[in-house]
Design a protein around this ligand. Structure first.
Ligand code: R2B
Ligand code: URA
Length: 309
C-alpha cells in the first residue's frame, strides 16, 4: 500500500500523482463518474487512461473532437485522418477523445458546467493513477484592448472585481479559493508561441464572469441596467488591473486544478476587442480559424515536450 502525504494546497501531488482531497472517496466501494458515463467497476481506468500526460479542455464538443483529430496528425499517430471515438458516448453531457497521450474533453459553458466535469475528470485521473499530467483550457474569450484573433495565456485568473479568487458556496458558507496558475508553464507556452509568428500571443490576467451579457458589461443582452459610459469605465478599470481577456471558466478551473496538484494553463483566443463593441460579427470562417490558434500553440507545446521538434 502506498502512503499518501497530507498535502498542503498548491503543492504538486506525491510523485506527480493527481490528488483528490476527499476522505470519503476511500470509503466508497465504487465511484460512478455519472456525467462521463465511466466508473471504477465498469471500466478499467488505469488501462484506459494511465498513460495520459496532457489533458486539454474546451467548451464545445465539436471543437474538442477536431482538436483530438488535429493532435493525431500532429503526433503522427496511426489512424490519423480517421474519425475519433467519443469515450463518453453514453453520456450526452460531455464529449471525450484521445490522441496518444493527449485527452481532449468538452466542458460546456460557465463555471457550474466546467466544475462538474473537472470533479469527475480529476477523480478519473486519480483512479487511473496518472502521473505528471499537464492540463490546459483552450478557449474563446472577449479581448480587452487587444486585437481580435490575439491569443492570451493567463498568468492569473481574476473574478469580476479583479481579485485572484474563486468563491464557492459550500453548506451555505462562502469558501474562497486561490486561482493561481503555473507561472513556468505560462512562460513555456509563451516561448512556444514565438515559433508561430502569424498571430499575436501575450500573457495577461483573465477575468472570469458568471454571465456573457450583463456580467461582462455588454449592452446587447435582453436586460441592461447601465449606460455605455459605465460599461466603458468598468472595462477600462479591468484593463488597468491587468485584465486582457474575459471568459467564463478560468477561476474555477485554476482553483480546482491547483488544489488537486495539476499543472494548469489557460490559453484563449480573443474573438473581438470589447473596448470596440459587444457583438461578435466575424464570419464563421474567421471564427473557425481564430479557434484553431490556441490548438496550434498547444500542439507545438506538446510536440516540444515529447521531443518531436
Ligand atoms: C467563452 O466562450 C463562451 C461564451 O461564448 C464561454 O464558455 C467562454 O468562457
Ligand atoms: N466568450 C466570452 O465569454 N466572452 C466573449 O466576449 C467572447 C467569448
Amino acid at each position: 500500500l502506498e502512503r499518501q502525504l497530507v498535502p498542503t494546497p498548491h503543492t504538486a501531488g506525491l510523485n506527480g500523482r493527481v490528488l483528490v482531497k476527499n476522505p470519503h472517496l476511500d470509503l466508497m466501494e465504487e465511484d460512478v463518474l455519472y456525467h462521463l458515463d465511466l466508473g471504477t467497476k465498469t471500466h478499467n481506468l488505469p488501462a484506459m487512461f494511465g498513460d495520459i500526460k496532457f489533458v486539454c479542455v474546451g467548451g464545445s464538443p465539436n471543437r474538442m473532437r477536431a482538436f483530438a483529430q488535429f493532435m493525431q496528425r500532429e503526433l503522427g499517430l496511426a489512424g490519423a485522418g480517421e474519425d475519433v471515438a467519443d469515450i463518453c458516448a453514453g453520456s450526452d453531457r460531455y464529449a471525450m477523445y484521445r490522441a496518444g497521450p493527449v485527452l481532449s474533453i468538452s466542458h460546456g459553458m460557465g463555471i457550474p458546467s466546467i466544475s462538474i466535469m473537472l470533479h469527475e475528470l480529476i477523480k478519473l485521473l486519480h483512479h487511473a493513477k496518472c502521473r505528471d499530467v499537464t492540463i490546459i483550457r483552450i478557449g474563446t474569450s472577449g479581448g480587452l484592448g487587444i486585437e481580435a484573433g490575439s491569443v492570451v495565456i493567463t498568468d492569473t485568473a481574476v473574478d469580476s472585481s479583479f481579485q485572484p479568487r474563486f468563491e464557492q458556496v459550500v453548506l451555505g458558507d462562502v469558501v474562497v479559493r486561490s486561482t493561481e496558475l503555473d507561472k513556468d508553464l505560462a512562460e513555456e507556452l509563451l516561448a512556444c508561441s514565438r515559433d508561430i509568428p502569424d498571430f499575436p500571443t501575450l500573457i495577461g490576467h483573465t477575468m472570469c464572469t458568471y454571465d456573457f451579457y450583463e456580467g461582462q458589461g455588454r449592452l446587447d443582452g435582453a436586460l441592461c441596467s447601465f449606460s455605455s459610459e459605465k460599461k466603458l469605465e468598468y472595462l477600462r478599470r479591468a484593463y488597468d488591473a491587468g485584465v486582457r481577456n474575459i471568459e467564463m471558466e478560468s477561476t474555477a478551473f485554476a482553483a480546482l486544478c491547483g488544489l488537486c496538484g495539476l499543472k494548469a494553463a489557460v490559453v484563449c483566443v480573443a474573438l473581438l476587442d470589447r473596448l470596440e463593441g459587444d457583438q461578435i460579427r466575424a464570419s464563421h470562417e474567421v471564427l473557425w480559424e481564430y479557434q484553431q490558434r490556441p490548438q496550434r500553440l498547444i500542439a507545438a507545446f506538446i510536440r516540444k515536450r515529447l521531443g518531436l521538434c
